[in-house]
Design a protein around this ligand. Structure first.
Ligand code: PLP
Length: 451
């Protein structure tokens, strides 16, 4: 299909984030999207696609919510901006108060920013300064996990586990003192040869790092409750309580990066609720405003926040011009209202069960190695051989991606096929996604000569 002028203009002038230009240049590789409604997106050619990824796990309430647009417009007319230094806008206060009722008891001080990377950057700097104020300035190191993703800014990038050789080669040196433990990833457990009797060896491995580095040098552990970037492996029940216990034993702060798992994505308000663990800090973005406006936050325990109060030397010298932006706050407030009114976390649980069951039924396809997930975040791990579990290559995955797109489903298909649709998805739409996936897998396997 010939490229349209607007698609050509996009290729010529828009630096599309983190995509290979060669992929975008492929016929139909870059879509210009013009409208969205619920779980459906429309492109400039008038084609409709199911949004199997809710943008990028962002549009939790779905596209085209007029009431959020109206709340934002009303706020922009009333007062669009106040400086985040010394002042605060009314909806920002209301949003912080509301958020404090949703986060675990004790976590009620909100540092606002515009997205996930800024939230993580904030948490890392806050952790270091907190320890410095407590007379432990040597606590500077961070422990995260392999294959994690925490953002694109230098600190957030440095604690990310995914693609480290590439990051080191191109952007190094990364922040010193950043270490990664293994993911709790049972399908491809990196530890099963050493510890055949699991016992959550992945958490024990974190303790090994702490002891090797010196507990008194560790500022924080940062981890996603369920890591999307590492392939949506839901940790064993004991994993998170063990991380919490390690932090308590060694005086380390626990940062839960809920940028993806927050705001109903997993079937609960926050991902850590599944494990009954309370962190010291939570980073939030994405579903916080469902993408209607840039919005992020680092929510911290009250006693931690209080360490920064009382004298100018204690001040957290870190801020963003757009932190707590009035229009973003209005979007966030209305977004939470919709999530609550429509019980979208509950719907994520119900529709997630339907989606998970349907995907499990697709395991009869020879290219399906594993199906795993929770709420409305699911992964289908693609293999060329179910016995050896050898993964498909990225190039092979592109073939499946193309079939899915041609059948009307947009998602992310690397060696893992991801599903994370808007939380307002209907049973009929879930079934439609499954039917498309079934047909696309069949075509893909024919192309690869599998089966
Ligand atoms: N943390 C996690 C767990 C993420 O998945 C992401 C982005 O995907 C980020 C942080 C960074 O968020 P942002 O892209 O809004 O900067």
């Amino acid at each position: 299909m010939k490229r349209t002028p607007v698609e050509q203009s996009a290729l010529d002038h828009v630096w599309v984030h983190a995509m290979q230009y060669a992929d975008l240049e492929q016929e139909d590789g870059l879509k210009v999207l013009v409208r969205g409604e619920g779980s459906t997106l429309y492109d400039a050619r008038g084609r409709a696609f199911l949004d199997g990824l809710a943008g990028l796990c962002i549009v939790n309430v779905g596209h085209g919510r007029a009431e959020i647009a109206e709340a934002m417009a009303a706020q922009a007319r009333q007062l669009a901006y106040v400086s985040s230094f010394n002042h605060v806008a009314l909806p920002t206060v209301q949003l912080a108060e509301k958020l404090a009722t949703l986060t675990p008891p004790g976590l009620d001080r909100v540092f606002f920013c515009s997205g996930g990377s800024e939230a993580v950057e904030t948490a890392l700097k806050m952790a270091r300064q907190y320890h410095a104020l407590n007379g432990e300035p040597q606590r500077q190191k961070f422990i995260s996990r392999q294959e994690s993703y925490h953002g694109a800014t230098y600190g957030a990038m440095s604690v990310s586990g995914r693609g480290r050789p590439f990051l080191n080669r191109n952007f190094g040196p990364l922040l010193q003192g950043t270490h990664q433990g293994p993911q709790p990833f049972c399908f491809r457990c990196p530890l099963h040869l050493t510890y055949p009797d699991c016992g959550v060896a992945c958490a024990d491995a974190v303790e090994d790092i702490i002891r090797y580095e010196g507990p008194e040098t560790i500022a924080a552990i940062i981890a996603e409750p369920i890591s999307f970037s590492a392939g949506i492996a839901v940790p064993p029940a004991e994993y998170w309580p063990k991380l919490r216990a390690l932090c308590d034993r060694y005086g380390i702060l626990l940062i839960a990066d809920e940028v993806i798992t927050g705001f109903g994505r997993t079937g609960r308000w926050f991902g850590l609720e599944h494990f009954a663990v309370t962190p010291d800090m939570i980073t939030l973005a994405k579903g916080f405003s469902s993408g209607y406006a840039p919005l992020g936050a680092c929510v911290v325990k009250r006693e931690l926040a209080e360490a920064f109060v009382g004298h100018s030397d204690l001040t957290f010298r870190h801020g963003y011009s757009y932190g707590g932006h009035a229009v973003s706050a209005a979007a966030g407030l209305k977004n939470i209202e919709v999530l609550e009114r429509e019980d979208l976390a509950g719907n994520a649980g119900r529709m997630g069960a339907r989606l998970g069951q349907g995907l499990a039924n697709l395991a009869r396809h020879p290219s399906v190695g594993d199906v795993r997930g929770i709420g409305l975040m699911w992964a289908v791990e693609l293999v060329v051989d179910q016995h050896t579990r050898r993964k498909v290559t990225m190039d092979q995955a592109q073939v499946l991606d193309r079939h899915l797109m041609q059948l009307g489903l947009l998602t992310r298909c690397w060696d893992i096929l991801y599903f994370a649709p808007p939380l307002c998805i209907t049973p009929e739409e879930v079934d439609q996604m499954l039917a498309i996936t079934d047909v696309a897998l069949g075509r893909f396997e024919d192309d690869l000569g599998l089966g």
